[in-house]
Write a protein that binds this ligand. Structure first.
Ligand SMILES: Cc1cc2nc3c(=O)[nH]c(=O)nc-3n(C[C@H](O)[C@H](O)[C@H](O)COP(=O)(O)OP(=O)(O)OC[C@H]3O[C@@H](n4cnc5c(N)ncnc54)[C@H](O)[C@@H]3O)c2cc1C
Length: 375
């Protein structure tokens, strides 16, 4: 059996790897593998600190995928020989002032009610753990189960494993025989035939001709990479997240000593880096880890997160020959092990986790007649 996977972000690559592992021949189509949203991502694997009010179906998915991460990362590191920058060090969520402390306290109650282990500590205790925290930090929450990985290293490892299968072209359209998808048409006029086409094109999923309406939208994020001067290293030893007058900001230390500062969330038309966004990130992190302003900026990136109406992924069958997997929004790195397995199960026609698949069904927002209209 042969699958064409369109999109070599973390979701397409991990799905392709899973299918290849199950004996499928796989072709991956992407003009710029690994350079979509996955290139910008900070790589926080944070099922507890990503909890927000009103998103109860999302947390079990995040928790399930987080539980699969140690095995996923170990298998990928062993198969590729790459260091993925995976660390199981805890996360510290800080409150920049007293009002933020009240929000943090409410959020930690919600996290606890969902079964996460979180511990509220004073600002002084937080500074004992991380001396670089600023004097204004009034309290913090320790979250032992929120970890991180370097997404650029993850995609590089997957690309290395799948390199012989990657075609660096744009897929412009689905190829159909009128009843079902039979392959994809590329921007050089070639067609690739396949038993299954798997669309993992992130925020660009809607641009492929023949695809049904998938309600995915671009939610831009700006992110800054930094390097601390030798005298300040390590600036922080665990992921620092914070609320600064209600705005979220984070600083993720990488195993190579670099730091990732993120991230804005904007739905404007600016496809490049937002000057105001970067200014805001630096202003907010100054309240929490002032030493960041003494660091060197090594990289600034803006990419579009593939957002869905309810922030849950959109995974489902388009027709007998095509599956879609997108809408991972701000959790695609965390959700990759789970999403890749669900997508591969669906593509391969294997009995998967039907309950989870119904929660993430790609046609859950479409009227009942929609599928008929598409045919
Ligand atoms: C600033 C920022 C920070 C983030 N931080 C985190 C984090 O800490 N933790 C976390 O879990 N998630 C995070 N995310 C979210 C995460 O990055 C995404 O959810 C995830 O990368 C989505 O993966 P994907 O493979 O679906 O999409 P992408 O990585 O965008 O990949 C899609 C691929 O499809 C290709 N493509 C598109 N159209 C076509 C076509 N027609 N033909 C061929 N190829 C095509 C693109 O070139 C691209 O390579 C962050 C995102 C951003 C922007």
């Amino acid at each position: 059996m042969h699958a064409v996977v369109v999109g070599a972000g973390i979701i397409g690559l991990a799905t392709a790897w899973t299918l290849a592992d199950r004996g499928w021949a796989v072709t991956i189509v992407d003009p710029r593998p690994g350079e979509g949203a996955s290139y910008a991502a900070a790589g926080m694997l944070a099922p507890a600190s990503e909890v927000v009010w009103g998103q109860s179906p999302l947390h079990p998915l995040m928790r399930a995928s987080a539980d699969q991460y140690p095995v996923f990362a170990e298998r990928l590191a062993a198969a590729s020989g790459h260091d993925l920058g995976y660390t199981q060090t805890e996360t510290l969520v800080c409150a920049a002032d007293v009002a933020d402390m009240a929000s943090l306290r409410e959020l930690s109650a919600l996290q606890r009610s969902l079964g996460e282990t979180v511990e509220l500590i004073s600002g002084t205790s937080a500074r004992t753990l991380e001396p670089a925290l600023g004097p204004g930090v009034s309290a913090a929450v320790r979250i032992g189960g929120d970890h991180s990985i370097d997404p650029r290293r993850v995609t590089a490892a997957l690309i290395a494993l799948m390199s012989g299968s990657i075609v660096r072209r744009h897929a412009v359209a689905l190829v159909s025989d009128g009843r079902r998808t039979r392959g994809v048409a590329l921007d050089n006029g070639q067609n690739i035939q396949a038993d299954q086409v798997v669309i993992c094109a992130g925020a660009d999923t809607g641009s492929i001709e023949g695809m049904p309406d998938v309600p995915v939208r671009r939610v831009w994020g700006d992110v800054v990479r930094l390097s601390a001067p030798q005298r300040l290293q390590p600036l922080v030893t665990r992921t620092i997240r914070a609320l600064v007058r209600g705005r979220a900001v984070y600083l993720v230390p990488r195993t190579d000593g670099s730091l990732v500062l993120g991230a804005t969330t904007r739905e404007d038309e600016l496809a490049g880096i937002s000057a105001g966004g970067v200014h805001q990130l630096l202003r907010d992190i100054e309240q929490v880890v002032p030493g960041v302003l003494e660091c060197e900026i090594t990289d600034v990136t803006a990419r579009a997160r593939p957002g869905s109406p309810d922030d849950l992924p959109l995974i489902g069958r388009v027709d007998d020959g095509c599956v879609v997997s997108t809408g991972y929004f701000r959790h695609g790195i965390l959700l990759a092990p789970l999403g890749a397995r669900l997508t591969a199960d669906l593509a391969a026609g294997e009995a998967g986790d039907a309950e989870t698949l119904s929660i993430v069904a790609s046609d859950r927002f479409a009227p009942a007649t929609r599928k008929e209209e598409r045919v």
